[in-house]
Design a protein around this ligand. Structure first.
Ligand code: GLY
Length: 558
């Protein structure tokens, strides 16, 4: 019999989302890949079908996205990979970029100690040492079963022979046409006769194909100790950057223990510092475990009030206390202790009305990209990687053919000054030579009774963590299927700026009025990240969900 909870969920979806798209997940038995680009998803499925494991497929998809999703997929950036192996082991691979050795804490400040914003996102000074190629090589060597040549071949083919631009790609090529026109080399690849590529047209990336071929032939050392590093350093030197060959030679990848916590019988395995994702997610879940969240929270003022306050506390801790563990002590045990969660939830219950101070509005982007994979051997992989902004720094060192990140903006370039995401951070995340900037990426795997239940993550800067949180709550508390959970409207609150970002129509008018009465300022926002997720049902079926917000992505299985 259909429960009241389910009826409410369906009504919520009907009236509170701005799409009436299909809410049925894709079902498969043997393997499932979900990414923001259909052609890259297909590459992953082909590897699984050919007998590769989820790690092999993850590397193949990562390289394919570097070709077919140039805004966000990358070899010029970095990220994180959360792995659950068939033998039960949970692994977290940190391939986050590092600040150049010549970077200083005042790199983006002038002599008057004022922040100079121009260089933070669009110059060689904004480029941190990329980690993706060594990250992929480390994961493949340790946990993969295919050769580097096998997993890179599809990406090389797509670069050489071209990929067809999707309507969503075309939208972003249009939006960023001016940026892509700034440098003639970038324009020669990503503009067609000076105009943005249109949907249906093909982009051929000959230089990128040659770069990928070099990596395929010689491994990560071609990138870090060979001509690729030399080309980047030489371009950086010409343009006033501070990257050096030593930065590339010394770059390293780390295998770390993931952050774990439990919520209502589910075990959450997520990102460890230098990402704030796992800690912030777990802090919010721990707080919410102590609060009576009802089953129809899209309608209940009190539930939304509790969730928003859990977000506020967790982001405050994120921004003040977290950073690269090689440079600072992250108070993980304290932030994730049950006493701490109980104390915060008591405060939340005691104080319903909220602080109404208003700070400056900051625009949010849906950059970065996430993909989720599961195989028929019991392995699951969750990867989020990024160039930071769309097309990163918008710079490509000739003749490498790939965009370089602008990840230096994820540092607190000056304590107390907001970055592009409006995050006001402190000294724990200041710039130091060789340090990794604090991230919000949250590649997550959820277990139930030791078995994989969900694989998920999202792009979206700081909104990544709340997108993962809401998707989990939608499944665990709301009984939504994974596609409904991913597609349901979202909201995000990071305390500072003191606005609650909401997707248009996320809340009913009555709920909006009640939240205003409590002191929240709601700010409708149109651009949100795409959660790419897999759920494993009680029969062992893989249910894949590509976010409706990224219609050119796909969940495909076999
Ligand atoms: N560049 C966005 C993040 O790592 O959170």
């Amino acid at each position: 019999m259909i429960s009241i909870k389910r009826v409410l969920t369906l009504l919520t979806l009907l009236f509170c989302t701005h799409s009436f798209a299909d809410i049925t997940p894709v079902i498969a038995k043997q393997g499932m890949v979900v990414s923001e680009q259909r052609v890259a998803t297909q590459v992953g499925v082909d590897i699984l079908r050919a007998g590769g494991n989820a790690i092999d497929a993850a590397i193949a998809v990562g390289y394919a996205l570097a070709v077919t999703y140039p805004c966000c997929g990358n070899i010029g950036g970095g990220g994180f990979m959360t792995i659950h192996l068939a033998d039960g082991k949970n692994i977290f691979i940190n391939f986050r970029e590092k600040a150049p050795l010549r970077a200083t804490s005042t790199l983006f400040q002038d002599s008057a100690d004022t922040e100079t914003t121009d260089d933070i996102t669009q110059s060689y000074l904004s480029v941190a040492v990329p980690g993706t190629v060594l990250g992929f090589e480390t994961a493949l060597n340790k946990y993969g079963t295919f050769t580097r040549e096998q997993v890179m071949a599809p990406a090389i083919k797509l670069a050489k022979e071209g990929y067809v631009v999707t309507p969503y790609d075309a939208k972003w090529f249009g939006v960023y046409a001016e940026d892509l026109a700034r440098d003639p080399y970038v324009a020669s690849i990503f503009l067609k006769n000076g105009k943005p590529y249109q949907a249906g047209e093909k982009i051929i990336q000959t230089d990128l194909a040659a770069t990928l071929q070099l990596i395929s032939n010689h491994g990560a050392q071609a990138f870090y100790k060979g001509s690729i590093a030399k080309d980047i350093v030489s371009a950086s030197e010409k343009e006033g950057g501070i990257l050096s060959l030593a930065d590339f030679e010394q770059y390293n990848v780390e295998e770390l223990a993931p952050i774990t916590c439990s919520y209502k019988g589910y075990q959450i395995i997520s990102s460890a510092p230098p990402s704030s994702g796992g800690i912030t997610l777990c802090e919010m879940l721990n707080i919410l475990s102590n609060l009576p969240i009802s089953s129809s929270r899209y309608h209940q003022t009190q539930d939304i009030n509790y969730i928003l306050e859990a977000m506020r506390y967790a982001y405050r801790d994120r921004n003040e206390k977290l950073g690269d563990p090689n440079f600072i002590d992250n108070p993980i045990a304290e932030l994730l202790s049950s006493d701490y969660a109980k104390k915060i939830s008591k405060n939340i219950k005691a104080k319903r009305f909220v602080d109404t101070t208003i700070e400056k509005d900051v625009k949010e982007l849906s950059d970065t990209t996430h993909y989720s994979i599961i195989d028929n051997k019991g392995n699951a992989v969750s990867v989020t990687y990024t160039l930071n902004g769309f097309f990163g720094s918008k710079l490509i060192a000739k003749p490498t053919g790939f965009f370089l990140n602008d990840e230096m903006d994820d540092f607190a370039t000056k304590a107390g000054v907001p970055n592009r995401f409006g995050l006001i951070q402190h000294d724990a995340n200041n710039i130091q030579p060789g340090k990794r900037p604090l991230s919000s990426m949250t590649p997550t795997i959820v277990l139930k009774d030791g078995k994989v239940k969900m694989v998920l993550g999202s792009p979206g800067g700081p909104r990544i963590i709340t997108s993962v949180l809401l998707t989990l709550l939608n499944v665990i508390d709301e009984d939504m299927n994974i596609k409904e959970a991913v597609d349901a409207s979202r909201y995000h609150f990071q305390g500072n700026p003191n606005f609650v970002d909401i997707e248009p129509l996320a809340f009913s008018f009555a709920l909006q009025k009640n939240l205003h009465y409590l002191g929240y300022r709601l700010l409708p926002q149109g651009t949100w990240g795409a959660v790419e997720a897999i759920y494993i049902d009680h029969n062992g079926n893989f249910l894949g969900a590509n976010d409706r917000r990224r219609p050119d992505g796909a969940a495909l299985g076999y």
